[in-house]
Ligand binder design. Structure first.
Ligand code: 5GP
Ligand code: ZN
Length: 114
């Protein structure tokens, strides 16, 4: 996917503050943080939205969550609490069409979400 921003970040063609990388996953700081801690965790594979996930993607998506949990422990916010958000398409305000977990922490979050 040549014109995908997050593929470009994964390929190091666009700079980002990367906090974790392995064979399947990349995590980096959101450029416009909505909480004191706001990370994005992405699969290196280009998947536009959760609507496009197929059963073969299950291990990669599971790995996204275990990476998020690792980052929560390493970041010291696991016990206090944190939130994971995945926006899908326009009603949810998805702007970048490459699946990503928003990992938010460092303040209380409201429920129901806005
Ligand atoms: P979405 O609205 O698609 O769920 O979330 C996209 C996220 O990507 C937003 O939180 C936005 O701030 C972030 N973002 C957009 N462009 C960039 C960028 O160039 N670098 C980084 N690090 N984050 C970005
Ligand atoms: Zn992509």
């Amino acid at each position: 996917m040549t014109d995908c921003l997050f593929c470009k970040i994964a390929a190091k063609e666009v700079p980002a503050r990367i906090v974790h990388e392995d064979d399947d996953t990349l995590a980096f700081e959101d450029i416009n943080p909505q909480a004191p801690k706001h990370l994005l965790v992405i699969p290196k594979k280009h998947i536009p939205t959760l609507n496009d996930v197929v059963p073969e993607d299950a291990p990669a998506l599971g790995h996204l969550f275990s990476t998020a949990a690792l980052l929560a422990k390493q970041g010291g916010f696991a016990e206090r609490g944190w939130r994971v958000v995945v926006n899908v398409n326009r009603d949810a305000h998805q702007l970048v069409f490459h699946v990503h977990l928003h990992v938010l922490a460092g303040r209380p979050f409201h429920w129901p979400p806005g």
